[in-house]
Design a protein around this ligand. Structure first.
Ligand code: SAH
Length: 356
């Protein structure tokens, strides 16, 4: 398999843009420019706590400074290209354009516990999972921390709603963009920004083992979701190229370490594909993997992707699969199929634009 499963992450050689800077980096910048120290707090607050779309909004800064900063440190903003609102459940799907023209998808969802935003971590993806639309055209590039944050900030500006939960489950493999992801997490959950609770943040991975160990040591309290989708290596290899690199045994060990270090229950995502991974034996295999970790299982009836030809099992079969797990003491939920009328599956909206 080509580079697809490299644990190497995309290095950030360039200095971070101003929206990707930690408070202490912004303090340094302000100091180096010979400005009074309190300016850094003001600027940080405008960017992160108030999600300013441009320097012109920062009315407590002198006009000259605003002009200077916008020339020297342009603010990364996500420009709205398309917004679709589901007539069924109010889910909103956004297509944003980043400063270099890359297109990125994000989704806004309402739940009983609050509003949740699903963001992308890369433009395209190089993991090659056979059921996923995001990977059809490969990886274009990784997103910076500011580009991940901007998806949330732009949605807050557009909807005028608060966001209490964030899931990194859009396009891309977050653990293939480790440094930017970490920066994003720290900025999003830092007390000076929107201060999202780490417990309300979920990062989903196809299972890049070395980076699961790394993440376990970061001292964070975020939820890790593992895209498992099969209970045996042979079966997993058929649908997920990453399985050629790391075995399920290695994955379970890494997840065990994550659970031990963080105390956070792991979620296994399991996309049910008719005739592929939805038999009783599959359920039994899944139970054997989930039990020692006390993992929560999230079943996702596969969202059919035109290019792939997979179908999801009918509802009765999904319920039976769920019952099998529950009867064996496994904690399980079925992902609510939100936004069915607006191309809900990862990468679908963008693909329509990239194709045409
Ligand atoms: N790269 C990360 C996160 C992105 S995808 C990962 O692999 O976890 C978020 C979840 O949606 C993953 O579990 C992914 O496997 C799943 N997914 C992707 N395409 C899907 C589809 N067509 N139907 C159902 N689930 C899908």
């Amino acid at each position: 398999m080509k580079e697809a499963a490299e644990e190497k992450t995309v290095r950030q050689d360039k200095p971070p843009d101003i929206k990707s800077m930690y408070p202490e980096e912004l303090r340094e910048l302000v100091k180096a420019k010979g400005l009074p120290a309190f300016r850094s707090k003001q600027i940080y607050e405008w960017i992160h706590a108030r999600q300013a779309a441009g320097y012109e909004e920062m009315t407590n800064l002198p006009a000259k400074l605003r002009t200077e900063l916008s020339a020297e440190y342009p603010l990364v903003t996500a420009a709205l290209v398309d917004r679709q609102i589901s007539a069924v459940d109010g889910t909103q799907k956004f297509l944003f354009e980043m400063p270099d023209g890359c297109l990125v998808e994000s989704v806004f969802m309402r739940y009983h516990f609050g509003n949740s935003v699903c963001i992308s971590s890369q433009v395209g993806c190089r993991m090659g999972c056979s059921f996923c639309a995001s990977t059809l055209h490969g990886l274009v590039r990784s997103l910076t921390a500011s580009e991940m944050l901007e998806q949330i900030y732009a949605i807050m500006r557009e909807t005028k709603e608060t966001v209490s939960h964030v899931v990194v489950m859009g396009m891309g493999e977050p653990l293939d963009n480790y440094n930017n992801l970490l920066r994003f997490i720290r900025l999003l959950t830092g007390p000076e920004g929107i201060n999202l609770s780490q417990r309300s943040l979920t990062v989903s991975t196809c299972g890049i083992v070395p980076n699961i160990y790394r993440l376990a040591k970061e001292g964070l309290h975020i939820t890790l979701a593992l895209s498992l989708h099969a209970a045996t290596d042979g079966q997993r290899k058929k649908i997920m190229p990453i399985a050629n690199r790391y075995s399920i045994g290695e994955l379970m060990k890494a997840c065990g370490e994550y659970y031990r270090q963080t105390g956070r229950q792991i979620t296994f995502e399991y996309s049910l594909i008719s005739g592929v991974n939805d038999s009783k034996a599959d359920a039994q295999g899944l139970i054997r993997l989930a039990k020692p970790l006390k993992a929560h299982i999230n079943l996702i009836p596969v969202n059919p992707v035109r290019e792939r030809g997979y179908e999801h099992p009918d509802n009765a079969h999904v319920q039976a699969f769920k019952m099998e797990l529950e009867n064996n003491g496994v904690n399980v939920s079925i992902r609510r199929a939100l936004g069915k009328d607006i191309e809900g599956a990862c990468g679908q909206l963008r693909n329509r634009y990239v194709r045409s």
